[in-house]
Design a protein around this ligand. Structure first.
Ligand SMILES: C[S@@+](CC[C@H](N)C(=O)[O-])C[C@H]1O[C@@H](n2cnc3c(N)ncnc32)[C@H](O)[C@@H]1O
Length: 387
């Protein structure tokens, strides 16, 4: 795989050496860099492509989209605003502008740009989907749903639109497609920390690690698995307690951010269940999962797999969003919520022992506090990790 990737890069570089003014080759190299998560290199190549072929709107869009992904929203906005003056009839430019505006929370303006893009090109499923997401953020799930339907009319396999449509109608009975999670978080990675911590008041990593600080007092250096580790908000806090710290996540963009913290011994880009199923029995002292199970409906399989990898006195600490009646549900945001009774039934069936339970606000959603549970269980009857 690594060879194939570098072969591709080498071939593109060779093409550019033969003809340094080949804008298309620079564009392809930029797309390749984007695909492998080298966003700075991608920006440089897209910039070159735009200088060489200034009359191609797609080039400007790609440059703006990559800057947006890097979190440089002000440069991205400059590019799309200039491109809008140069190509007023280009749907992709209005779409790109809408995405940047959405990202910086200028939702009404984003909707206006999406609307122009749809008038110019009603066959672009991502534009219908984008409107749906903005409407959701504006608290209008009913209208959002009709836009997800329109996206599916245009592209029946659009994973995001399908997932959100099902979630909004209460029909999401399983987990979202892996590609949906990957796309969502690859796009979110660059601004995840700032958005979650500063704008949404996300506190799960902090509260979870405070709980663990109490539970782990006196324990030796631990073998720790951080499931759905994201950008490393939990891992960075747990590093001092860990002899070995492994992070697992589906989204490479998130893992790239986590890697910059230099706190994980290993980062694995894969589905947590696939990963757990490949681990040997009783090899972990601590498994943590902050805000991961919002992407799981049923938790029995993953909880059983976690218990399998934990040592008999190992600890499992996680957060969920609260569902106030029976079982679980899926909210208008597409995130799953679980009830306390559902968790406790599973806990007892799988043979975990309760250690701590806290109900608290873990983040905000549309300005409203979002209640969740911070839970710690021991894998067996033994509760002392220092044993
Ligand atoms: C809301 S983020 C939480 C990240 C981190 N734990 C934190 O507290 O900041 C959820 C993370 O779970 C990852 N994720 C969701 N489903 C996953 C799965 N089935 N396997 C691996 N990672 C998954 C996402 O890619 C994302 O990075």
């Amino acid at each position: 795989m690594a060879t194939a990737v570098s072969d591709r890069e080498a071939a593109l570089r060779a093409a550019i050496e033969r003809d340094p003014a080949d804008a298309a080759a620079h564009g392809e190299l930029a797309a390749h860099y984007y695909a492998v998560g080298k966003l700075d290199e991608s920006v440089s190549e897209y910039s070159l492509a735009c200088r060489l072929a200034p009359d191609v709107p797609e080039g400007r869009y790609n440059l703006a989209a990559t800057l947006n992904a890097c979190g440089d929203t002000s440069a991205a906005l400059d590019i799309v605003e200039q491109a809008e003056r140069d190509f007023p009839d280009s749907a992709i430019i209005h779409y790109g502008k809408a995405c940047v505006l959405q990202r910086i929370g200028r939702l009404d303006e984003s909707l206006a740009s999406f609307t122009i893009a749809l008038e110019l090109d009603p066959n672009h499923a991502d534009t219908w989907y984008g409107v749906g997401i903005v409407l959701l953020r504006q608290g209008d799930p009913l209208r959002a749903s009709s836009f997800f339907e329109r996206a599916l009319d245009v592209a029946p396999n659009h994973t995001g639109a399908r997932y959100m449509r099902d979630a909004l109608s209460g029909q999401a009975r399983t987990r979202p497609d892996k590609s949906f999670v990957q796309e969502l978080f690859d796009g979110y990675a660059a601004y995840y920390d700032e958005h979650m911590l500063e704008q949404l008041g996300y506190r799960a990593p902090q509260i979870l690690c405070n709980t663990l600080a109490n539970e782990l007092r006196g324990a030796p250096e631990l073998r720790v698995l951080d499931l759905g580790c994201g950008t490393g908000l939990v891992g960075s806090r747990l590093r001092p307690r860990a002899g070995q710290l492994v992070g697992v996540d589906l989204a490479r963009g998130m893992l790239d951010r986590a890697r910059t913290l230099d706190c994980y011994d290993r980062l694995e880009c894969c589905d947590v269940l696939d990963f757990l199923n490949e681990q040997s029995h009783a090899t972990q002292d601590l498994v943590v999962a902050a805000d991961l199970f919002i992407y799981f409906a049923e938790l029995d399989e993953v909880f059983a797999a976690i218990r399998h990898v934990l040592t008999p006195c190992g600890l499992f600490a996680f957060t969920v969003e609260e569902h106030t009646s029976e079982g679980w549900s899926v909210g208008p945001s597409g995130r799953f919520r679980h009830s306390r009774a559902y968790l406790e039934t599973l806990r007892d069936r799988l043979g975990y022992t309760p250690r701590s339970f806290e109900r608290t606000v873990i983040r905000h959603d549309g300005g409203e506090p979002c209640q969740g549970f911070i839970v710690a269980w021991s894998a067996g009857p033994e509760t002392d990790l220092s044993l």
